[in-house]
Design a protein around this ligand. Structure first.
Ligand SMILES: [Zn+2]
Length: 218
């Protein structure tokens, strides 16, 4: 399949804005994609945002982001303390924060939650991303969960097998508070990558998948 490549004029490196509602969402949804882009030398700037990052989970989120972004010199990790589970009622504050982000950053690509995610915090995050950023390429990542909202994504990033293992190890190493959750297991994370790899005929057998609702070819 002919791959689409996101490039800036003059081959400048990309500026990414990566948004997650909770401390481990970004790593689960698109951690291997971010790591792949960084390894390819295609990332110049990253603004990494966790909206409900407080107490122990804030420390986990920061340590994880710093580890994943290690070689990106121009990086900013922002942890906010919006109330976990209550984003529909925190919408005004989150919207104000997003407007502030837009004034401070000009990302080429934004990673956020997928629109049909049934977790209320994820859904509000996705809606306010689209509501705020109207001149940007937005890719929506997926989070497997109890609610059963997995759909049919339409954009895939092949992931090398060693990076699949690295993703699982990274999640287990950095998110100790989640290890007792029945769904937080390596086979779930690697299994989803394998499934998405089949769907895009990935040459590595694995892929992370996204929803790309609009894009321009040029
Ligand atoms: Zn979450």
């Amino acid at each position: 399949m002919l791959p689409l490549q996101v490039r800036r004029a003059g081959d400048e490196r990309l500026s990414l804005l990566v948004i997650g509602a909770h401390s481990d969402d970004i790593e689960i949804g698109c951690g291997a994609t971010i790591a792949t882009l960084i390894a390819q030398g295609r990332v110049g700037t990253v603004c990494w945002v966790v909206l409900a990052g407080s107490a122990r989970r804030a420390g986990e989120a920061r340590d994880s982001a710093e580890a994943l972004l290690g070689t990106v010199e121009d990086r900013r990790v922002i942890l906010r303390e919006f109330r976990d589970g209550y984003f529909p009622y925190e919408g005004g504050g989150i919207k104000d924060f997003f407007e502030q982000l837009k004034a401070e950053h000009a990302p080429d690509v934004i990673f956020t939650h997928q629109r049909a995610d049934l977790h209320q915090d994820h859904r509000v995050t996705s809606e306010l991303t689209w509501n705020t950023f109207r001149d940007h390429l937005i890719l929506e990542y997926e989070i497997p969960k109890y609610d059963g909202d997995m759909g049919a994504p339409n954009l895939y990033v092949p992931i090398d097998e060693p990076l699949v293992r690295a993703k699982v190890e990274h999640l287990k190493r950095h998110f100790g508070t989640q290890l007792d959750r029945h769904w937080f297991t390596g086979d779930l994370f690697s299994g989803l990558l394998r499934l998405r790899g089949v769907e895009c005929n990935s040459p590595t057998s694995y892929a992370e998948a996204f929803y790309c609702r609009k894009a321009t070819l040029g």
